[in-house]
Design a protein around this ligand. Structure first.
Ligand code: ZN
Length: 113
């Protein structure tokens, strides 16, 4: 499962950060998930609970911030909202879109101890 390996890399990042920033426990993780990232928030939450067991993030609360998709239409020269990857431009119906937001999966903030 895609989400499982994502969670494993999140925990890896948390452990590396713990060494660099000298914390022992992660209390809250704010995670940004783009609407176009292909990540299921619920599946991610489920994996996060499983993967963090026995780690410094075992008690951590996961807060998911969903970021809407946005693309630049080269035809219209405007930014347009994008629900899904490979959607057409809602204004001109064209496909000359460059995604500029909504693809991310990143840790935005951490509460640690
Ligand atoms: Zn357009």
């Amino acid at each position: 499962m895609h989400e499982l390996s994502l969670c494993e890399s999140i925990v890896e990042t948390l452990e590396q950060q713990a060494l660099a920033q000298h914390y022992r426990l992660v209390k809250t993780v704010w995670l940004e998930i783009g609407a176009l990232s292909g990540v299921e928030a619920e599946a991610l939450r489920f994996c996060f609970d499983a993967v963090t067991r026995g780690t410094l993030a075992e008690q951590a609360k996961l807060v998911i911030l969903e970021v809407p998709g946005q693309a630049w239409c080269t035809q219209c020269s405007i930014h347009v909202p994008m629900q899904q990857r490979f959607d057409a431009c809602p204004r001109c119906g064209g496909f000359q879109l460059r995604v500029n937001d909504g693809e991310q999966l990143r840790i935005k903030e951490l509460e640690v101890e």
